[in-house]
Write a protein that binds this ligand. Structure first.
Ligand code: PBG
Length: 332
């Protein structure tokens, strides 16, 4: 074959569309819009000042006042919503703080609903682990195992407390069997049919939740492998998605994100409802740590991970970089 220009070899030249910044900008397939990002926020009961989280540089446990400021910043950046987590002063075996209207998460939810409830979808973590003294996502039976059905009753009560506080979307992250159906039924029976459910359908027992345990001062001894999924299991993740859909989830979640893009892509291909992904604390921490050492280009790496998660099929992404990315994207 001749190498004469014009002889038509190579016949296909994909590099044409990559040749200038203008071309690349015009042909980019995937962007993460501010509205597709959800910022997780931690609120600590009794805190006088925001408390830094050592393993998540740049992320803090908020006071009521610093929460308000952060909510304004989030709304100003045009993100889609916030997911609230509470850190109570006192914990007990059944996680009483979770269902107490004066419990920190419910107090924070009322603040968020009042401050930014029109601009953002205010969301709450519906799980007992922040509130139990043993740190598990449910209550324990006499032998010390997580009692699925007794936990569902706690989740029903927690759902009502959160709905009454003004949460628009309940994030069911506890991985109990039947949790979506139980919470849906409780909400509807109490007249909260407008409150939506985010089923953490395919939530894996991941080492990448490590920094989160510091963030919420978790009391957990042991692990969550008797309820969260084995990281090796893709088919089981798909089944959990199907079950949450059948039970009435309005949105389903895959978590963590970056290590589970195959599970995410499969869910996105089949789900009739939005599929979200959670870029978890360990994904944040490892990139921040490498960037702090100059081992990785921080902003490019953040954008690359978010874009990859979206490209794999996420309709929205929970990310600790939500506001930062939104401000950059909005300025482009
Ligand atoms: C459970 C919950 C966890 C996370 C979100 N919801 C912790 C866990 O399952 O152990 C982890 C989020 C993260 O690591 O960023 N309430």
């Amino acid at each position: 074959m001749s190498s004469h220009p014009g002889a038509g070899f190579p016949a296909v030249r994909p590099r044409r569309l990559r040749s200038t910044p203008a071309w690349r900008r015009l042909t980019r397939e995937t962007r993460v819009a501010p509205a597709e990002l959800v910022l997780p926020l931690f609120v600590r009961e009794g805190a006088a000042e925001p408390v830094p989280i050592a393993s998540m540089p740049g992320v803090v446990q908020h006071t009521a006042d610093s929460l308000k400021a952060e909510l304004e910043r989030a709304a100003g950046a045009g993100i889609g919503g916030v997911m609230l987590f509470g850190i109570p002063e006192r914990k007990d075996a059944v996680g009483s703080g979770a269902t107490d209207p004066q419990g920190i998460l419910n107090v924070a939810t009322r603040i968020a609903a009042a401050e930014v409830g029109d601009a953002l979808v205010v969301q709450t973590d519906l799980c007992l682990d922040e509130f139990t003294d043993h740190g598990h996502c449910g209550v324990l039976d006499a032998s010390g195992r997580v009692d699925n059905d007794a936990t569902l009753q706690r989740y029903r009560d927690m759902a009502l407390a959160q709905a009454e506080a003004g949460s628009a979307l309940l994030g069911l992250s506890g991985m109990m069997d039947g949790q979506v159906a139980a919470v849906r039924e409780a909400l509807d029976a109490a007249g909260h049919s407008d409150v939506a459910i985010l089923g953490y359908a395919a939530k894996y027992a991941s080492a990448f939740y490590g920094p989160f345990r510091e963030a919420v001062q978790s009391s957990l001894q042991g692990d969550r492998r008797s309820y969260q999924l084995d990281p090796a299991n893709g088919r089981e993740g798909a089944r959990e998605v199907e079950l949450d859909l059948a039970e009435g989830a309005d949105i389903v979640m895959v978590k963590p994100a970056l290590g589970y893009l195959d599970v995410l892509a499969a869910a996105a291909a089949s789900s009739p409802v939005p599929v979200w992904a959670y870029q978890v604390s360990g994904e944040y921490a490892m990139l921040e740590a490498a960037a702090a050492r100059g081992w990785i280009e921080r902003e490019r790496a953040i954008e690359e991970t978010l874009t990859s998660i979206k490209r794999a099929g996420a309709d929205a992404i929970l990310s600790y970089w939500a506001v930062e990315h939104a401000l950059r994207e909005g300025a482009r």
